[in-house]
Design a protein around this ligand. Structure first.
Ligand code: CMC
Length: 429
């Protein structure tokens, strides 16, 4: 096994340490390179840059492997609940029965939101996007819990902030939905587990008790688990970056929510359904849309396809595709866009453009079809992604703090003008 890499710049050579992870991933540590050589490395979009050493999530993009804390995603999706996975990600191990009971009880104690905060929900225009609302509401929580602002919180205080955020996020998400349809909000109820409580606040009525279908609870658990963490993606890196300035948890997560909103990241789940609807309304000619996606003069991309890291298949997409068939069957729903999605996938998987570029369906390709079958409107899809990703963001923020990582501050290569003298406004050409 190599112990160091050697970089030759002209006649001078530099030894750079090699770092090897527990899954045998290899890195060259260049953190001291500038000090010794005057050079930095340049890697736009961080395509080849490791930003941290992390013990939370492992993924192998070539083999399509995803594990949380060493557990394969397939096992967690089949056997676990979202809350159990949240505990695993944040605290490092699967909870024992009494630990899970306490975690659930602690969360139930904090699901209520300060009554004054209800006015915030009223302030948004009725058509404002739920992701903008979510980001604003999460950062607003910091105003109600000013003790969370201190970077010097004890572990116990930090943990309370974590519990509060996990608890209140589900309430915030469901109230955003209730406001969007003009219905009265439903308060949390301690008799329910985390996911059932969320579904009751979202789909419950003040006029009558509703039965929450176990098929819906199970599908929701699966979707939230599959989205719970994905190592150093755009939103998670944002959470770590913002948190590295000693910024509080609420503000760090609100920044992550904003990063997730983009259609190239979490916003893809909304974009996929909008695309499938468009193709359906256009007559369902998938070949025409594949052609558009390949045309370099056309901005159109096949949403829900491609991934920065997965170059063989996305294991989450495999599980979701199967869950999609199961859920629609069990709920007795037939959605014409599911047929279009399958036709599109089939055509793309045999098309040299997609094959050569290793473009496969990602987690967002089929998730929207399930969310829709469960009764969520399209613009809530990315908010559901955020609800699922929350424990991952928290775990990564906590790890970054515990490892005492330095403030994130990339360098650059300046390519602008060099020296110019100020000219008075009347003399400018
Ligand atoms: N449709 C058509 N062409 C594509 C697509 C697509 N969806 N994705 C990538 N390509 C092409 C791209 O044009 C480029 O071609 P060329 O080499 O000829 O210039 C090549 O494939 C490599 O693409 P890239 O943009 O350099 O790859 P990236 O790693 O920077 O981007 C991505 C990854 C996910 C942003 C991109 O694949 C994409 O835009 N996909 C659609 C949006 C999407 O589904 N996002 C959800 C990602 S999974 C959920 C999550 O964010 O966690």
């Amino acid at each position: 096994m190599l112990e160091k890499a050697t970089l030759k710049l002209g006649e001078t050579t530099f030894d750079l340490p090699i770092v090897i992870g527990t899954e045998n991933e290899k890195a060259i540590d260049i953190s001291k390179l500038r000090d010794v050589s005057g050079y930095i490395t340049l890697d736009s979009g961080y395509k080849n840059t490791g930003a941290t050493k992390s013990a939370i999530t492992y993924l192998d993009g070539e083999l399509g492997i995803l594990k949380y804390r060493g557990y394969p995603i397939e096992q967690l999706a089949e056997k676990s609940t979202f809350l159990e996975v949240a505990f695993l990600l944040i605290y490092g191990d699967l909870p024992k029965k009494e630990e899970l009971d306490k975690f659930q009880a602690d969360i139930s104690r904090h699901t209520l939101i300060h009554e004054d905060m209800k006015k915030f929900f009223d302030g948004f225009p009725s058509k404002s996007h739920p992701m903008g609302q979510l980001s604003s509401l999460v950062v607003s929580l910091s105003s109600f819990y000013p003790e969370s602002l201190s970077a010097r919180q004890t572990d116990e205080e930090k943990n309370l902030t974590i519990i509060k955020l996990l608890a209140k996020m589900a309430t915030v998400v469901s109230w955003i939905y209730k406001k969007s349809i003009g219905h009265p909000i439903i308060y949390p109820q301690n008799k329910y587990d985390y996911v059932t409580n969320f579904l009751n606040m979202t789909f419950g009525q003040r006029t009558e008790e509703i039965e929450i279908d176990p098929v819906v609870v199970s599908a929701m658990n699966t979707l939230l688990i599959l989205h719970a963490d994905h190592e150093q993606n755009c939103s998670t890196s944002t959470v770590r970056m913002v948190g590295s300035s000693d910024c509080n948890l609420y503000a760090s997560i609100a920044a992550g929510i904003s990063a997730l909103w983009g259609p190239l990241h979490g916003g893809a789940n909304q974009a996929v359904i909008e695309m499938l609807e468009k193709i359906k309304d256009d007559g369902g000619d998938t070949e025409k849309w594949i052609k558009k996606a390949k045309d370099k003069d056309d901005d159109f991309r096949l949403m829900g396809f491609g991934h920065r890291v997965y170059k063989n298949f996305d294991p989450r997409a495999k599980i979701i595709k199967k869950a999609c068939d199961d859920v629609l069957n069990k709920l007795g729903i037939s959605d014409p866009v599911l047929d279009i999605a399958k036709k599109l996938e089939e055509a793309a998987l045999h098309d040299p453009y997609f094959v050569e570029r290793k473009l496969y369906p990602n987690v967002d390709f089929y998730s929207g079809i399930i969310y829709r079958a469960l009764g969520f409107p399209t613009d809530m899809f990315t908010v559901l992604f955020a609800l699922g990703r929350l424990p991952g963001w928290i775990a990564q923020w906590k790890e970054m703090r515990e490892n005492k990582e330095p403030i994130g501050r990339p360098r650059q290569i300046y390519i602008g003008e060099v020296n110019r003298d100020f000219s008075e406004i009347q003399n400018r050409k």
